[in-house]
Write a protein that binds this ligand. Structure first.
Ligand code: ATP
Ligand code: MG
Length: 229
């Protein structure tokens, strides 16, 4: 029973609850979730719409905080850290691909990818080169100077992936990273994920796609704010 809250997890989530107040109702997005993910694991979070997958991912990145319970990542207890400390920590430890990309609309693809380096002491010329290399990795080097509004949905998604990888973080969190991609580009992202896993990254991704879930080393099923297996 407690195999999900062992000491050796890189990511340790213990008895986490997260509820939203909507009008007079209290809506439980997560109800007592415990989960441990070891370094180097590739976990796929699967489950129906509204089951709590994105909420869980946002707790692991410290973007959101639980109402109760603990979230520890590599020894850092996120739920007790300040926003400042969290932002700094996140910048080096975690790459995030959001469900709805969250690119800044007034910045070019290249500038969006350069953003995570703002928090690090990377030199200007190096920033450009690294951001370009990340865009190249997702096949978008020739689109570097376009704004998000001038890119297709799939291209925006790939810019978001490049941004998540540019600081070479040990942990990658991705919410439906192939949701807007054609099968060829989706396959390319799967290849990229496999490379990252081979390089020792810890990956947690949310997906509705069985083919993508099968690539993971473990599938965790979420339903009604709980982990069901
Ligand atoms: N900011 C919010 N305010 C109120 N309720 C919210 C908020 N964010 C999420 N919820 C609710 O919490 C529940 C879990 O949402 P969550 O986004 O984690 O689901 P999900 O599993 O990611 O779904 P999907 O597959 O559709 O993305 C849903 O019922 C949702 O309506
Ligand atoms: Mg979601």
């Amino acid at each position: 029973m407690d195999s999900n809250s062992t000491q050796d997890g890189l990511i340790q989530i213990a008895n986490v609850t997260r509820a939203y107040t909507v009008g007079a109702r209290k809506l439980f997005a997560l109800r007592g979730v415990s989960l441990a993910i070891a370094a180097g694991e590739f976990v796929a979070l699967v489950g129906p719409s509204g089951s709590g997958k994105s909420t869980l991912l946002n707790l692991i990145s410290g973007i959101d905080k639980p109402d109760a319970g603990d979230v520890c990542v590599d020894g850092a207890r996120l739920n007790t850290m300040s926003e400042n400390a969290l932002a700094k920590w996140r910048g080096t430890q975690i790459g995030i691909v959001f469900q709805f990309f969250q690119l800044l609309p007034t910045l070019t693809a290249l500038e969006n990818v350069m953003l995570p380096m703002e928090l690090r002491n990377t030199f200007g010329a190096q920033r450009r080169a690294r951001a370009l290399a990340a865009l190249e990795r997702v096949g978008l080097a020739e689109h570097a100077t376009q704004l998000p509004s001038e890119l297709s949905g799939g291209e925006q998604q790939r810019v978001a992936i490049a941004r998540a990888l540019v600081n070479d973080p040990p942990i990658l969190l991705a919410d439906e990273p192939t949701g807007n991609l054609d099968s060829e580009t989706g396959a390319r992202v799967v290849t990229l994920l496999n490379e990252l896993r081979a390089a020792g990254k810890t990956i947690v991704l949310v997906t509705h796609e069985e083919a993508l879930a099968r690539v993971a080393s473990r599938r965790v099923r979420v339903r009604d704010g709980q982990i069901v297996d």
